[in-house]
Design a protein around this ligand. Structure first.
Ligand code: SAM
Length: 240
């Protein structure tokens, strides 16, 4: 079972999203355990403050190191034997992507730290193994980003998705965007399902899917093609 801890000032934000659909089912089936902790509970300050003014001045407040340190220590004491990956949510972190989700899905114990206000006392960075951003924009806090990473990671755990194959052919898993797909009816408002998908010839269907995945990637995300090693078949299809 994978264990995930989230350190947040707003645990309630996770209640709905973490308990519905695939994530909810993974917890029901004991494939996943998610623990939320509010690091305000670990503040040594009698008013339970977690933030303070930056040294040297500047706008906004920073998260103090002590509550987060003590919250992490409590988790470490409760789980002395797990191998931990401690992830700090930060716009200056490494960009999150499918490869990182795959790496995370192989871990035993993930810990996400959600920031707030203007960010962190720099010394918080020394407590973590990874600093990760979910994109080049600034959110109010790390909660939505942690949920994005948890969702992308958990669906890759073995047997969490009903059909394991569906994660393997997803956009970004193969290095290409996914090919177009159709379900019934065969014709809708004069828009037809391509003939090749209806004829049951699996070799031709696979060729069509690869060609369309290449076409879509080339049209929408040509940068992705530069990052994969094209097979001879792909090169031939691209030339057609
Ligand atoms: N002053 C900080 C900066 O310029 O990097 C931004 C702080 S932001 C308002 C508050 C918190 O939201 C961050 O500490 C981080 O935890 C989270 N956050 C905001 N944008 C994020 C992003 N793109 N990826 C991951 N976390 C983000």
């Amino acid at each position: 079972m994978m264990r995930i801890d989230v350190l947040t000032l707003f645990p309630k934000m996770f209640e709905g999203p973490m308990n519905e659909s695939i994530l909810g089912k993974a917890q029901e089936k004991d494939q996943l355990e998610i623990n939320l902790s509010n690091f305000r509970d670990y503040s040594a300050n009698k008013h339970h403050t977690v933030d303070d003014y930056p040294y040297g001045g500047g706008a906004g407040m920073l998260l103090k190191v002590q509550p987060i340190y003590d919250n992490l220590q409590a988790i470490k004491n409760a789980t002395p034997h797990t191998k931990k990956r401690i992830v700090l949510l930060d716009p200056a972190g490494a960009p999150f992507n499918q490869k990182m989700a795959e790496d995370f899905s192989k871990e035993e114990h993930l810990i996400f730290i959600c920031g707030h206000y203007e960010g962190y006392d720099e010394r918080i960075r020394s407590l973590v193994t990874d600093e990760v951003s979910i994109g080049d924009y600034v959110l109010t806090g790390g909660e939505l980003g942690a949920m994005v990473m948890i969702d992308a990671t958990v669906r890759l755990l073995p047997e969490v998705l009903g059909n394991e194959q569906s994660a393997k052919t997803d956009s970004h898993s193969t290095g290409l965007l996914e090919h177009p797909q159709y379900t019934r009816p065969a014709v809708f408002n004069n828009m037809e399902v391509p003939e090749v998908l209806k004829n049951g010839n699996h070799k031709l269907i696979e060729q069509w899917q690869l060609k369309e995945a290449l076409r879509r990637t080339w049209q929408r995300r040509p940068d992705m093609l530069e990052k994969i090693e094209l097979t001879d078949e792909m090169k031939k299809l691209l030339e057609e």
